[in-house]
Design a protein. Structure first.
Length: 371
């Protein structure tokens, strides 16, 4: 019998920039030519059917004009495409077109695109560089910082994936002008979440400036983008791999993700998260983590934006309760929730070792019945 010790201690620098601005394609091309391309000349532009013609196509053309080899890889728009079979389809298409380890993935689109393309980049050829070019408010708030990539399965959401950081993120707020109003409203849910858990100044700004944001006022959109990035950075910097603190970014998502799935995606992601935020606020007020007045402020802000705060009648309540147990925070078969602390903070438990606490099924059942 023999033993060989393999020692692999690594220091990894995953530093990257988030560029916030308007009409950023020329900046993106300039950055590539200055070294952001990592010496790669073959680009896979991954996008969905909504973004293909308006943004991904022109970006692909700009890449080719700059001397790169670039091709579009398109999948059907919507959360239902964020699954392993679509990832496999994209991978097979890239392989057939000669993409190997000497390529880069460019994700152009919203949150589904960034999650799916980032996961693909992290596993393709055991990891190829990728860049996020976010075209929605939701993607800017949710994907700009952190490197979370994942796909959904019929049983659970976001449990298959990895942390894989991009080389750079572009938040092009000019693209928000082409979004339907309902998608701007949908995108604000994650921004409200950030205000609730880590930035009371952002929360108060949203209370006063909702219409400016929905009208794509440049100053207002830049402000929320910067604050979204800062809240996520302060958390991810301390816990990149989601060992403890990063769980707080799941605020509202225990109920939110479950209801999104049970609705068969009739609810948009932000709409589902909004209902989840309202649920955790109501339960948090019962546990005195926030006052009733603070709970009302959270719910009123969501309603003011145009987001739902109650569970639609078509949702099967028992199916919803059952789906809660697929949440990634579940430990030992017990439901665990993240709670905000008043407005602008988050609760910690077990002497600061944990940021989620067990909640009995009866407790959350009562909240769901009331909603």
């Amino acid at each position: 019998m023999s033993k060989f010790h393999v020692e692999l201690k690594k220091v990894v620098d995953d530093t990257y920039d988030v560029e916030i601005g308007k009409k950023l394609v020329p900046t993106f091309i300039r950055d590539l030519k200055r070294g952001l391309d990592c010496g790669v000349k073959k680009m896979a532009v991954i996008t969905d059917s909504n973004v293909e013609e308006r943004y991904a196509g022109p970006i692909c053309e700009a890449l080719m004009e700059a001397g790169y080899s670039a091709e579009l890889f398109v999948f059907p728009a919507g959360e239902k495409s964020k699954v392993r079979s679509v990832k496999e389809m994209l991978e097979d298409a890239m392989l057939e077109r000669g993409y190997r380890r000497d390529c880069m993935v460019i994700a152009v689109g919203g949150g589904v695109v960034s999650d799916l393309a980032g996961f693909l980049a992290g596993t393709y050829g055991r990891g190829v560089p990728f860049i996020n070019y976010a075209t929605t408010l939701l993607a800017a708030a949710d994907a700009a910082i952190g490197g979370k990539t994942a796909v959904d399965t019929p049983l659970a959401t976001n449990l298959i994936g990895l942390i894989y950081q991009p080389k750079k993120v572009y938040v092009d707020i000019d693209t928000w002008k082409t979004l339907p109003r309902e998608h701007m409203i949908n995108g604000l849910a994650e921004t409200v979440k950030h205000g609730c858990l880590g930035d009371i100044e952002l929360f108060e700004y949203l209370e006063k400036n909702t219409e400016k944001i929905l009208a794509c006022d440049e100053e207002a959109c830049t402000y929320i983008s910067e604050h979204n990035c800062n809240v996520k950075y302060q958390i991810v910097m301390k816990d990149e791999r989601e060992k403890s603190l990063r769980e707080v970014l799941n605020l509202g998502h225990t109920v939110g993700r479950a209801i999104e799935t049970v609705s068969d995606y009739r609810l948009l992601h932000g709409e589902a998260v909004s209902i989840g935020l309202a649920a955790q606020a109501r339960l948090g007020a019962k546990h005195r983590y926030m006052t009733l007045n603070e709970c009302d402020r959270v719910i009123e802000l969501l309603k003011h934006i145009g987001l739902p705060v109650s569970i639609p009648d078509y949702i099967d309540r028992e199916a919803l309760i059952k789906k809660l147990y697929t949440d990634k925070k579940v430990r030992g078969g017990k439901l665990r929730f993240v709670f905000q602390k008043r407005i602008g903070g988050v609760m910690s438990f077990d002497g600061g070792e944990s940021y989620a606490r067990e909640v009995s099924e009866d407790e959350i059942r009562r909240i769901i019945e009331d909603m």
